[in-house]
Write a protein that binds this ligand. Structure first.
Ligand code: HAM
Length: 411
């Protein structure tokens, strides 16, 4: 179906490698995993992401169930995570709650490379700290994961859209600037001028971008605290050795942001260059009925990261894999037993169940990218030692059958 994909075995291997890196890194950074339901009450997204956002106004898969509830397949995971945070009173566990997720999402977008209707994100949300070092920590966390995954050519783009009251002043000024130019704006932007003028800033229309080059800069409207938050964030990023660029038009498409917004882009994905988006959302938890609690986080698209990472191979994750070659009919069950024994000891192993020739078995070993072949024939069985061949180099050695497990597991 349009905008969806089946992941076949050659791809799921890469997915699992990536998932392992993500789980391990999140653990090292003390983020705990949360899994929320695939659907939520529609109202949750309307109230948080915003009625005027593209996600809510055009992209949600919304349906009415038998009880006449309006439900929506989750188009993002920050709002569900905050709903769960409030519902389960996770604040009780301490002043700072660090959560992460890795799950499937749904948005009815026009499919293209890196843009799917069912796609996967992982993300992290740090709830409780209003301070810029927390913003810097989440940015450095996603940079660390992308580095480990071998994604290069990254650009970190940051901005601050201030807290609610400074943004209101800026919004008025932007409307004053754009109103006389209204006729030159697209239909969407004309509508946004009334409903959500800041969203006009992230237009992809070049004509509008040229008009906006002269628009007032939000920095001039930030109050003292907003400004020092943004400056301190930049100092922390510099201390962490993260290069970044400020883009005054980075307002992001979701309504819940306050102060910091950021994106990480890679030219390798083509038009859909954003690998990750995030920011601070200090008012969201209160808006959803919780105690006012500041928070900041990010989410990154797994499909786009895999495109950006290209054919990079995590060679260190590719361990030994053994093909046990049955050389004679008499050794069939011994070969099966040996392969089973290797597997029980954590070694990837295969044996032939099609009763094929030695040549065909070696072809299969090659197809499976096995690192070693172990030959088991009558002579080997009688002498108690088998022939082990490194398939890349062709190097061959004799190993006693009782030592075969330790041969592959030790060292
Ligand atoms: P977002 O910018 O809507 O933010 O999505 C984050 C990432 O998800 C994007 O940068 C992109 O890599 C991926 N993505 C989005 N839509 C698609 C699609 N149709 N196909 C493939 N990948 C896609 C959020 O979702 C916020 N909840 C991020 C956040 C977390 N902010 C604070 N905490």
């Amino acid at each position: 179906m349009k905008g969806t994909r089946d992941l076949l075995p050659n791809e799921t291997i890469r997915w699992r490698q990536l998932e392992t890196v993500i789980h391990d890194t999140m653990k090292a950074w003390s983020y705990g995993e949360i899994r929320t339901p695939v659907f939520e009450m529609t109202e949750l997204f309307a109230r948080s992401v915003g009625e005027e956002s593209d996600i809510v106004s055009k992209q949600m898969y919304t349906f009415t169930d038998q009880s006449k509830n309006s439900l929506t397949l989750r188009p993002e995971l920050t709002a569900p995570t905050m709903r769960a945070y409030i519902q389960h009173n996770l604040a009780r566990d301490g002043a700072l709650t660090k959560l992460y997720y890795m799950d499937t999402l749904f948005r009815q977008e026009r499919p293209q490379a890196g843009r799917m209707r069912q796609f996967s994100q992982f993300g992290a949300e740090a709830i409780g700290s209003p301070h810029p070092e927390q913003d810097a920590e989440v940015i450095s966390l996603i940079c660390a994961i992308l580095n480990k995954l071998g994604v290069i050519n990254l650009e970190v783009v940051i901005n601050s859209i201030g807290s609610a009251h400074s943004r209101d002043r800026y919004r008025d000024e932007l409307v004053n600037f754009l109103t006389p130019l209204k006729n030159q704006l697209s239909e969407t932007s004309q509508r946004r001028l009334d409903t959500n003028p800041l969203r006009i800033l992230d237009t992809s229309d070049e004509g509008e971008q040229a008009i906006l080059a002269d628009a007032p800069d939000i920095m001039e409207f930030l109050d003292g605290e907003d400004l020092s938050h943004f400056e301190e964030l930049q100092d922390h990023l510099t201390e962490f050795g993260i290069d970044f660029r400020r883009d005054k038009s980075l307002v992001r498409g979701l309504d819940y942001y306050t102060r910091t917004t950021f994106e990480i882009t890679s030219p390798n994905v083509g038009a859909q260059s954003a690998l990750c988006g995030g920011g601070r959302y200090d008012d969201l938890i209160a808006q959803l009925g919780g105690k006012p609690t500041p928070a900041v986080g990010f989410a990154a698209g797994i499909e786009r990261i895999l495109i950006a990472a290209g054919e990079h191979k995590e060679t260190s994750l590719e361990g030994v894999s053994v093909y046990v070659v049955t050389v004679s009919d008499n050794t069939r069950s011994a070969a099966a037993k040996l392969a089973d024994n290797l597997r029980q000891n954590g070694v990837t192993a295969s044996f032939d169940t099609l009763r094929r020739s030695v040549k065909a078995q070696l072809r299969e070993a090659n197809r499976l990218s096995s690192s070693h072949a172990v030959f088991l024939g009558d002579d080997e069985l009688n002498s108690g030692s088998v022939e082990v061949k490194e398939l890349d180099s062709g190097l061959q050695s004799k190993v006693a059958i009782e030592e075969i497990i330790s041969h592959f597991t030790i060292d």
